[in-house]
Design a protein around this ligand. Sequence first.
Ligand code: SF4
Ligand code: F3S
Ligand code: FES
Length: 294
Amino acid sequence: MEVTLRILRYDPESTSAAPTLTLAAGEPAAGAAPSMGALAAPAAPAPAAPEAGASAGGAATAVAVQTASAPAAAIPVGGPHWVEYKLNVDPMDRVLDLLIKVKADQDGSLSFRRSCGHGICGSDAMLINGRNRLACRIRVDQLGRKISVAPLPGLPVVKDLIVDMNGFFGKYRSVKPFLINDQPEPERERRQSQADRAIYDDTTKCILCAACTSSCPSFWARPEYVGPAAIVQAHRFIFDSRDEGSDERLEILADENGVWRCRTIFNCVDACPRGINITRAILEVSSAIVGRRG
Ligand code: SF4
Ligand code: F3S
Ligand code: FES
């Protein structure tokens, strides 16, 4: 079957400022979850050609479109723009397969991250038909003949589908995502009952793909918000019976940019490829903060 794959391309070599894709309230993008809102053009820089480009904050449909077979001279050089590729694919192909095909057969300059190819490493999260998903986990038969792919919203674009994850991982590190226990090491392992292990089982599944944090309107509005992924990682240790660093972590997350920034919008739960109940984890951490104060 033939599909049309639209990819939001951006080449930082040609412009001075790195844009960040934003999702604005308004008409839902095709295939978008209602909670996600409409795909909007990158906030900056605005593409130069008025007839083909979009002003900052404009609708995605106004972003210049170029076809792979006929590169348009009017496309603003270096500005964010959609490029359309026609591909013959199998319905069971994944979006990652399509991106690999484009890079191999049509445009070697296309840039994207991937590693494991099987939903484990978390490196290929992107905005696919208006929702954050892993490119290696979503198939053509689940999306239809028109597929759009853009970088994760809310994070600076490095090139094409690659976003700068430094801020994301900085927040991850800020919650001390490692076991803290200053007691002398036991002769064998630090033991834990199955019931105690079950308390934080859900949050051990996180693969740090950033799909949740980059789908969160609270994060878009306030990029200092630590974000759902970091809270999930903190939860994994706060509720580990062998850990002694919970007070430190709860103190960090009680900060003005911690858990109270969550407005229970649920985009994060919808985006998580691991099916983690992120909102519940956030509420459990909030309750632990309140309980500690009481
Ligand atoms: Fe990705 Fe889910 Fe972890 Fe968020 S909680 S980083 S969506 S795996
Ligand atoms: Fe954001 Fe998820 Fe809370 S989308 S507001 S972290 S419930
Ligand atoms: Fe590793 Fe998709 S390539 S999760």
